[in-house]
Design a protein around this ligand. Structure first.
Ligand code: SF4
Length: 372
């Protein structure tokens, strides 16, 4: 079980069971929720039923929580909102991918909105397509301080870190769209720069939403010192490191906040992570047509990673408006993948889902920001 503090809880509040004024359900710790439910005329065990409905079932309407007394359902609906965010936009793609833009309370003058993407997996059964469970992509920060030039999320800078309950809220909204099979923490923001809140949120996701450690992947630009400190604690997720290029001078440009951090140090931290956790790393490369997708890049990537227990995900770039970068051709992507495989690496191509509906990270949020 988790030892991390629960979202929204301070130890004193949790001990007293006192709820912060105006807090929404997800921002309350378990003792705070029990106290609030009693205040509203229920019994402490009703708090457990409410959490189960929201977290495990994605139920966002108290009226449908029929195992609660009707009077309590009415008081809860009137006085305890479940979510703190507002859905600003929703787009659907032909492959059933749904992208949400969620606005959370502002930070001073800065707008705080994030993207969350729900991607159902499909298999073909005897009677047609059936939905097996979805992968949910969540954000950890509103905006991002890393500033990668190919990324829409990095273009507006960082507004603020998300609170743990705001990260959990994305899972709850995703669960409300359908059962979750996996999750990737690859949306807006750099997860290791908001690690305490992410860790508290993932404890809830593991323990109360049923997603196991191997079903959650956290993607980082790879701060070696942070990874080296975290690895011995065996965090409950799979790790992916966004490398993007094996060439130092190019990485300094593609991942500006990591300028000067040697690629070798990042890969060594990956090795240490594997030794400490027993879990293989995935290295991610966003393939930018004509930039980092050449045979020479493939050769240097093989030289860097060969012999290491890892795999490589190749993500063909999705063009964003006015971006100087291009999407590589499918042939070029396949040649790159084959060159890695020929060099002894395990490499997979991950085409973005929902290409026709603002598939690039942060693209829908930018469009909504422009509109509003
Ligand atoms: S690619 Fe990731 S790390 Fe880079 S700016 Fe975008 S969200 Fe931040």
């Amino acid at each position: 079980m988790s030892t991390s503090p629960e979202p929204g809880a301070s130890p004193n509040d949790a001990e007293r069971g006192a709820a912060p004024a105006g807090a929404t359900l997800l921002a309350l710790s378990k003792p705070e929720l029990a106290a609030r439910v009693v205040e509203l005329g229920g019994k402490p065990f009703h708090a457990r039923i409410v959490r189960e409905n929201v977290l495990a079932k994605g139920e966002l309407d108290y009226a449908r929580m029929t195992s609660l007394p009707a009077a309590l359902r009415e008081r809860l609906a009137a006085e305890l909102p479940i979510l703190s965010g507002t859905e600003l936009a929703r787009s659907h793609a032909l492959d059933k991918t749904t992208k949400l833009v969620i606005e959370f309370p502002r930070d001073g003058k800065r707008e705080v909105s994030v993207e969350t993407v729900h991607m159902p997996s499909l298999w073909v059964g005897g009677d047609g397509d059936a939905i097996q469970g979805a992968t949910l992509c969540v954000s950890t920060q509103a905006g991002c301080p890393i500033g990668c030039p190919f990324c829409a999320s990095g273009q507006l800078g960082l507004a603020r870190n998300l609170a743990a309950h705001e990260i959990v809220e994305q899972y709850v909204r995703g669960r409300a769209l359908g059962p979750l099979a996996r999750s990737v923490v690859m949306g807006m923001g750099e997860p290791l720069l908001n690690y305490e809140n992410l860790s508290a949120a993932l404890d809830v996701v593991h323990d109360e939403m049923g997603l196991g450690s191997r079903k959650i992947t956290v993607s980082t630009v790879g701060f070696p010192d942070r990874l080296n400190k975290l690895a011995p604690k065996k965090p409950r997720f799979q790790l992916a490191i966004s490398l993007h290029t094996p060439v130092q001078e190019e990485r300094d440009v593609l991942v500006p906040a990591m300028k000067g951090v040697p690629i070798e140090d990042i890969v060594s931290a990956g090795d240490f992570w594997f030794a400490a956790t027993g879990r293989e790393i995935t290295y991610e490369v966003i393939l930018l047509g004509g930039d980092n997708d050449t045979p020479l890049h493939a050769e240097r990537l093989v030289a860097l990673l060969r012999g290491r227990r890892c795999s490589v995900n190749l993500i063909p770039f999705n063009p964003v408006a006015e971006s100087p970068f291009r999407r590589p051709s499918p042939e070029r992507v396949e040649d790159f993948r084959a060159a890695l495989e020929h060099g002894g690496l395990v490499a997979t191509v991950r085409w973005s889902r929902g290409v026709e509906s603002d598939a690039a990270c942060g693209q829908l949020r930018l469009r909504v920001a422009g509109r509003t």
